[in-house]
Design a protein around this ligand. Structure first.
Ligand SMILES: *Cc1c(COP(=O)(O)O)cnc(C)c1O
Length: 374
């Protein structure tokens, strides 16, 4: 059998090792949080925001976004239907209601016109996702949000380094969140980031992410029920090294993306999605649809790719609208189509051009093309 072709995985170099060793040796006493501070400063400067809080994971950053914006039971948040479930969970943690709306089939990001239809007097925020390295339509979304006086959370967990019309995703709305979980473009194992330009949102998020500790009253006083969402300094050191190398990481991902473009183009049953003109992608993912003319189903295709060819593709995310605990109010046909027909191709950082060719040859064979698999 061919060596395993992993779906995702990072590029770790000497810089990462050096920073982690430095954190383990020296990140204590007076310098116990030196890598955290440096990571927050470096990331804020990179994205172009005033404030950044490194968190244990992206989900915590999302929860802090919901807390900072003071979302509560009775409030509605318009959420894109196609995402990793953490996007919706963060809204549920504060008791607010998710109102899922459909996506644009070409970007897999929330459809702004569907937002308009879902707004009620209870709508307090929009939770969008910059999906798979594609940017949501921020101009239109911000226009709607400002007009209706509702807040915007950008879940940029998959979008470190993605730009929309020259601005970094995550820096455009009221709050942005990022993830450094092991399958993302820049990793810490686990890790996240909350960013904003608004001082009061920053202060509230920081307060709730550190036990609501208020030492101004008395040492270790806590003035509300808070959370410990801090990142560890050792993890911050690893992420710092990755963020310092982000342009190089994006270049590597872009090369993989182009290999897929070249090799998938003559498979007529597969449509690969490419970024639109307003988006400079980080190329972190290669995604597409298995079209209706295919002779195998999407699920059969993934099963055989994994079991017979050791190549780890995965399906689109399930529609959140359909999950227990979330009752949908609006139809989401585009999201459901991606759920049923979506394909995510392996783009681990260690994949070679030969591997991509192998994956595409296997796909062709499965789809009835005349292919030899060695
Ligand atoms: C990965 C991811 C998250 C969650 O981030 P964690 O760091 O795993 O908690 C949230 N939203 C999206 C869109 C993601 O891709």
């Amino acid at each position: 059998m061919h060596e395993k072709i992993a779906l995702a995985g990072p590029d770790i170099g000497q810089r990462e090792i050096d920073y982690v060793v430095d954190a383990v040796k020296n990140g204590w006493y007076k310098t116990y949080d030196m890598h955290i501070q440096k990571l927050e400063k470096t990331f804020a400067e990179y994205i172009g925001v005033k404030y950044a809080i490194a968190t244990y994971c992206g989900t915590h950053a999302l929860h802090l976004a919901a807390i900072a914006l003071n979302l509560k039971p009775g409030d509605e948040v318009i959420v894109t239907d196609q995402s990793f479930i953490a996007t919706a969970h963060a809204i549920s943690y504060v008791g607010a209601t998710c109102v899922f709306v459909d996506i644009n089939p070409d970007t897999l990001c929330i459809d702004p016109e569907k937002i308009l239809e879902a707004i009620t007097p209870r709508t307090k925020a929009i939770m969008l996702v910059h999906f798979a390295g594609f940017a949501a339509d921020m101009d239109r979304i911000m226009e709607i949000a400002r007009q209706k006086n509702i807040a915007v959370i950008e879940d940029a967990c998959q979008a470190v380094g993605v730009k929309y019309k020259g601005n970094y995703c995550g820096s455009i709305g009221d709050v942005g969140t990022f993830s450094f979980q092991g399958s993302k473009i820049a990793v810490g194992g686990e890790g996240g980031m909350f960013v904003t330009n608004d001082k009061s949102l920053y202060e509230r998020a920081h307060h709730y992410g550190t036990f609501c500790r208020n030492d101004a009253i008395t040492y270790l006083w806590s003035d509300d029920v808070g959370y410990n969402y801090r990142i560890s300094n050792v993890t911050a050191a690893l992420i710092l090294a990755q963020v310092e190398r982000i342009e190089e990481l994006i270049e590597k991902k872009k090369r993989i993306f182009i290999w897929y473009q070249e090799n998938l183009k003559d498979i007529k049953e597969i449509e690969m999605l490419v970024p639109k003109e307003d988006c400079e992608s980080n190329y972190a993912y290669v995604v597409g649809y298995l079209l209706d003319e295919s002779q195998v189903t999407r699920d059969e295709l993934i099963k055989i790719m994994i079991e017979e060819y050791n190549a780890y593709l995965r399906p689109g995310y399930p529609s959140m609208n359909l999950m227990p605990g979330y009752t949908g109010r609006f139809p989401v046909p585009n999201s459901q189509r991606y759920f049923q027909k979506g394909l995510v191709f392996p783009t681990a950082m260690n994949i070679t051009e030969e591997d991509v060719k192998y994956v595409c040859r296997c796909l062709k064979k499965l789809l009835g093309y005349d292919e030899e698999i060695k």
